[in-house]
Design a protein. Sequence first.
Length: 214
Amino acid sequence: MNVLTENFALYGKGFLGTVELTVYASLVALVLGFLMASFRVAPVGSFRVFGTVWVTVLRNTPLTLLFFAVLLGLPRFGLVLPFQLFAVLALGCYTSAFICEALRSGINTVPKGQGEAARSLGMSFGQTLGTVVLPQAFRSVIPPIGSTLIALAKNSAIAGAFSVTELLGTYKTLNELGYSIIWTFVWIAVGYLIITLSISAVFNVLEKRYGVAR
């Protein structure tokens, strides 16, 4: 227990760092995922190609390699930002590909007649997608989106290797101070468990309220 009590500030800083990464990267992932899902079902061929390339490249690229590309590659092209912001972009873009596919699978569950009826009333593609299709699709994709964001929270641990403050990175300092590595990781695991259970609780509430009744 002394590992936690004597280093509570260090654990707290790492915990908050992971929470910030998770929240900001989740927002980026949700926005980009929604946008790419819209592209993938758009009637414009160039949009569909762009969405497909985005998903294919990011889903098949190791996250660590993406971190290297973003955190070490972009500054070479003159884009210099705080490492935490780079980490948010890397995590958010990577996760957006999975959010996109979850949303697209939900869109495919909506009967085609719904979209056709909306278009027969004179609605545009954007209006049909935003007011008719997505509200119905959202109900069926709450669990997979929740699981994807939980994975994002755990993936944020990679950011510690790139000088970004997060929970897993606290073990380096504690190891140097001579604390038990086992108990160090036990409390790190507890921190991640708190974050992931919190995300799970939020999505359980959403699922009970908006999910498809079974």
